[in-house]
Design a protein around this ligand. Structure first.
Ligand code: GLC
Length: 714
């Protein structure tokens, strides 16, 4: 990978910078469009005291009512930078998480498509839209593996699996950065939050995380390894304290692991206020300690709290921070600006945006992300000529379907569930009330035999600092489903929740359930196309669906146990009051057709460690049939288990997957190649390891896939 820290331009520029100008490059301030600080900030930019600005007024749609920024505003800001002594351009950043003008499904949903190419296309569209507003740096993709849906930020990431997270990371970085972030329509990506934030204890945001080195290497780091390999330009340090070390002040994590082990050569930005929070986290006595600790740990840019700006100069003068440490951070920031094309073009011309194409992308990935959980007696797809009732709190909702972190989105752009159904099935006799009272909803249910209950949660019930202690189906929504059941209706649950929820026994109230999530501006159309059969469901859960919140954390790649309590593949009693198994496992998703693994064959059933170390791979062929009457997309998943190794390896580990369309009756051959990295695992010190013995392989359509082959390593 090209090393960026050796550009003569940067060295020459560095040699001319004063200490104040160097520290200015490490200082990022927040700016809300046209607020009262704009002139003060522009003056500081002219004086070389600010190197980057983030536009972060709000995470809710329409920028929380504040003025959005635009190209003219960003041009104004860059003009101020061009008036500075050294004319170093600003790096302008924004939370472009899963939408800009076009709102795509939340990342947890997009990951459920298992469609790497489509995900990349969506991020390319995002980059073009954000770039047209002057954004040159996106604080995304968020790659925090999480196993606890009580944590509101699960919606921002790709779920519970290291491989799915890795493939998502690579797709998003490629989509954002393309061949170079300096190209038109591209921008600098930011892998966040490094590292372990998703393990916040109890799903409580910003909380303690206890992560062993073994879990860090094998669960939490893979997505960041993939982002680094994809050439991500920046990394954001996470708020959490990890086993006693706040990440923002951890040299072990930000330098030894991120840079020396993973080979990251971009720059590290703290999360908002993360530098000065080191004092509250108990590892610094004052702001000066915070600044020194964070810089020496490996933070190059200080987001929003100006801790670097206030303290680093004095720390250098006092000899507690060296000029080399300052220069190292400045070099990384300047290299990123060079790489992002800012020196050549501080303000880019706009690119042509095909909004129709972007909305078509949004609809397609929403349709591929929604997960059909249940479909008793093939109730779905519904006839377009029948009589159907639609009711429930999400039937006419717009802004919550966008999901959290959509400041540049507008609820006006969202097609509601009702609008989607009317568009997809114009001849349907649809009875609905834009009601919220249970009694009104019940009254309307008398109109037809089939009831679609559009249920869900507000977009403000998830996202940063929006965690839930109770993730069961809200009582009023369960009551509505019970009412429909008692009225003898056929009940379709359309679940528009951001996070996985714990349906528990309420699942029995529904004949069919489509997990529609917060699926963006085209949610209504995508859901309607699936409900009425224009499209065949093909989403697969990116996160386990528990039965109850008491089971959490619950995830498929659990460690084996000395007793069968942990092998939730069989009905086991971890609790005396609850099952030990999930309601639906990771990777699960139904279709209107059916798929089955016909057979599997390893080209070589035995491979030596020497062959694998020399790059040879185990090649597994799997034949899959579409045994139903209609075409459909399947996601063949390959899991492995290493039942006897130096460390206890999980009961299942997803090691490959491929999404493919199979025509009705078609049998297709899938080929998976497994090398040392796929078959092996990381020891706590980060050494990739594989030992002799047997590896069990499982091929199927969720984490409960059947064993299909055994590989011997000799
Ligand atoms: C927030 C989030 C981070 C975001 C940043 C800028 O606190 O943790 O993900 O990018 O601040 O808005």
């Amino acid at each position: 990978m090209k090393k960026w820290n050796d550009s003569p331009k940067i060295q020459e520029l560095l040699s001319r910078m004063t200490l104040q100008e160097k520290i200015g490059q490490l200082n990022q301030r927040n700016i809300c469009a046209y607020d009262e600080h704009v002139e003060e900030i522009k003056q500081e930019v002219r004086e070389g005291k600010i190197g980057s600005l983030l536009f972060s007024g709000s995470a809710i749609p329409e920028n929380g009512g504040m003025e959005a920024f635009d190209l003219d505003f960003t041009r104004e800001l860059q003009e101020a930078a061009m008036e500075s002594r050294l004319k170093i351009p600003l790096l302008l950043g924004r939370d472009v998480i899963h939408g800009f003008e076009t709102i795509f499904p939340i990342p947890l949903m997009m990951a459920a498509s298992f469609d790497d190419r489509l995900i990349e296309e969506c991020y390319s569209a995002l980059a073009a839209e954000a770039g047209n507003a002057g954004v040159r740096w996106a604080f995304a993709p968020m790659l925090d593996l999480s196993r606890d849906p009580r944590w509101g930020r699960v919606i921002e990431g790709p779920g519970e699996d290291p491989l799915l997270g890795s493939r998502y990371a690579a797709s998003a970085v490629r989509g954002f950065q393309g061949g170079s972030p300096a190209q038109e329509g591209r921008l600098l990506a930011c892998a966040k939050h490094f590292i372990g934030y998703g393990a916040s204890e109890g799903g409580r945001d910003y909380h303690h995380t206890e992560i062993s080195d073994y879990a860090l290497q094998n669960q939490y780091l893979p997505a960041f390894r993939a982002a680094v390999r994809a050439g991500v330009g920046s990394v954001m340090a996470s708020f959490n304290e990890l086993s006693g070390q706040p990440v923002t002040g951890s040299r072990r994590l930000l330098t030894e692991v991120l840079r020396e082990q993973l080979g990251f050569d971009g720059f590290v930005v703290s999360d908002w206020g993360g530098v000065e929070q080191l004092e509250a986290q108990g590892v610094a006595e004052n702001g000066a300690d915070c600044a020194r600790l964070a810089l020496q740990a490996g933070v190059d840019m200080d987001m929003a709290d100006q801790c670097f700006a206030r303290h680093l100069e004095a720390e250098v003068m006092a000899g507690r921070v060296s000029m080399e440490e300052i220069d190292r951070a400045v070099e990384r920031v300047l290299q990123a600006k060079l790489r992002a094309g800012l020196f050549r073009q501080p303000v880019r011309e706009t690119v042509n945006i095909d909004r129709v194409k972007h909305r078509a992308l949004a609809r397609r990935i929403a349709g591929e992300s929604m997960v059909l959980l249940k479909n008793d007696r093939n109730l779905l797809p519904l006839s377009k000529k029948g009589r159907v009732v639609l009711t429930g709190c999400m039937a006419q909702n717009r802004d919550s379907l966008m999901g959290a972190w959509t400041p540049d989105g507008s609820a006006d752009s969202v097609i509601t569930i009702e609008e989607g159904i009317r568009a997809v099935a114009p001849e349907l006799e649809l009875f609905t009330e834009s009601c919220t009272l249970l009694s009104d909803m019940t009254a309307v249910m008398e109109q037809a035999d089939t009831v679609i209950l559009a249920l869900g949660e507000s977009a403000r019930a998830s996202g940063e600092f929006h965690c839930l202690a109770d993730i069961s189906l809200p009582e009023d929504q369960a009551a509505l489903a019970l009412r429909a059941r008692r009225l003898g209706k056929k009940v379709v649950g359309l679940l528009c929740f951001g996070r996985p929820i714990a349906l528990g026994d309420t699942i029995s109230l529904f004949d069919a359930v489509l997990y529609a999530g917060h699926a963006g501006c085209e949610a209504g159309m995508a859901a309607a196309e699936l409900l009425f059969g224009d499209r065949n469901p093909s989403g697969h859960l990116s996160m386990t669906l528990p039965r109850s919140v008491g089971q959490l954390p619950l995830y498929y790649n659990a460690a084996p146990s000395g007793r069968p309590v942990n092998g939730y593949y069989t009905e086991c009693r971890n609790y005396i009051d609850e099952s030990g198994s999930p309601l639906y496992p990771f990777g699960y998703g139904l279709s209107y057709t059916s798929f089955q693994v016909e057979k599997a064959r390893l080209e070589k059933e035995t491979l030596s460690l020497a062959e694998l170390s020399a790059g040879e791979k185990a090649v597994l062929h799997v034949w899959v049939s579409n045994t139903g009457e209609r075409d459909g997309d399947t996601v063949l998943q390959l899991y492995l288990r290493d039942p006897a190794a130096s460390m206890a390896r999980p009961l299942r580990e997803l090691k490959a997957y491929e999404r493919r369309t199979l025509s009705a009756g078609e049998t297709a051959e899938f080929v998976f190649r497994l090398g040392l990295e796929e078959l092996g695992y990381y020891l706590p010190d980060g050494l990739l390891t594989l030992e002799k013995g047997e590896i069990q392989l499982f091929a199927g359509f969720d984490a409960w896939a059947e064993e299909c082959a055994k590989l011997r390593i000799v």
